[in-house]
Write a protein that binds this ligand. Structure first.
Ligand code: NDP
Length: 315
């Protein structure tokens, strides 16, 4: 690979948004280069069955779906690379992106589809037991907890999905939910409520973890700060976080408009950011929906926007 390359369209990220942008940009003959990032295929590669993507009546394995999208993009001539973009210089056009190997790519247009990563509670014990009982991915690590007891933190769809998945392996699953109700969709709620292996601890927060050989339990508190507050311990072998995600925008901080959580701001009608020729798609600019189908749709929009932009500037 030459030290400095040129492309009309650089796509950063490889989830449903990145790959769909790649399919559209490839088909439009923009000859895009796509950098996949650390987690090739994005978050859906760590999920089980995706049941709500139209066109799959039986659901589809998240990993398989991402591999299919990748080969579809490859069919349209997209140059897909397993590497990471570590910085982008937006100070002059064409913009210059630097890869983790130190190579530079001049890009007339850029589509940012870097997605989001799991959030943690911020407890010191999470760091202490990382990889020794603490995980943010049930499908990645659930295997290690066969016939053991685990806890899942969170009350959203992800937490329910993870709890259900883990219930298929573990002997018991606690859900630690800070509110008196689950935020998840009705169908997901029903599944966890009806699963005999799952016990939901409402109005409960985690104070810390303990154990000499990895996680052996969690200190929790019921109705913190209330007159009937109760602190107690639960014995668990695994502690899974499912409390939402934060956008992967660190490398763009200070160089483009973002909201207070770090989600890239887009126009709304289209996927334009505040920088000319730079577009965002998928969870990186979506604090609200965070759905594969929406990520894919915004990826398509971003590629169409990039195509229009390149036409306008005559590149
Ligand atoms: P959500 O933001 O929907 O839920 C996060 C959960 O974590 C909430 O219950 C929240 O509690 C809790 N939480 C957040 N911070 C803390 C904290 N510090 N301590 C304790 N609990 C905390 O995130 P999800 O990842 O579940 O879902 C994101 C989006 O993806 C949603 O739109 C969801 O519908 C979608 N999704 C859809 C799926 C599907 O349809 N198959 C599967 C997975 C996700 P509180 O309610 O109190 O804020």
């Amino acid at each position: 690979m030459a030290d400095r390359e040129y492309t009309r369209c650089l796509i950063i990220g490889s989830g449903p948004a990145g790959y769909t942008a790649a399919i559209y940009a490839g088909r439009a003959n923009l000859q895009p280069i796509e950098y996949c990032g650390l987690q090739i295929g994005g978050q859906l590669t760590t999920t089980t069955i995706v049941e709500n993507f139209p066109g799959y009546p039986q659901g589809v394995d998240g990993n398989q779906m991402m591999m299919d999208l990748r080969s579809q993009a490859t069919n349209f001539g997209v140059d897909i690379r397993d590497g990471v973009i570590t910085k982008v210089d937006f100070s002059k056009k064409p913009y210059v992106a630097t890869t983790d190997r130190g190579a530079e790519i001049e890009a007339e247009s850029i589509i940012i589809a870097t997605g989001a990563t799991a959030k943690y509670l911020g407890l010191d014990d999470e760091k202490k037991y990382m990889g020794q009982g603490v995980s943010a991915c049930a499908t990645c690590d659930g295997f290690f907890y066969r016939k053991k007891v685990v806890a899942v933190v969170g009350g959203g769809d992800t937490a329910c999905e993870e709890a259900n998945y883990l219930a298929g392996l573990a002997s018991k699953v606690y859900m630690i939910v800070r509110k008196p109700y689950l935020r998840a969709s009705e169908v997901m709620k029903k599944r966890v409520e009806e699963n005999e292996k799952i016990e939901i601890l409402y109005e409960t927060n985690t104070l810390g973890l303990f154990g000499d050989n990895g996680v052996e339990g969690a200190h929790v508190v019921y109705r913190k700060g209330e007159s009937d507050e109760k602190k107690y311990d639960i014995a668990i072998d695994g502690f899974f976080l499912a409390i939402g995600h934060k956008p992967q925008t660190d490398i763009f901080k200070g160089s483009m408009d973002m909201d207070e959580q770090g989600f890239i701001k887009v126009n709304g009608i289209n996927q334009k950011t505040n920088i000319d020729g730079v577009f965002a798609a998928g969870d990186v600019c979506d604090p609200h929906y965070q759905q594969a189908i929406i990520a894919a749709a915004t990826g398509a929009k971003a590629a169409l926007d990039a195509q229009e932009y390149l036409n306008q500037i005559g590149k």
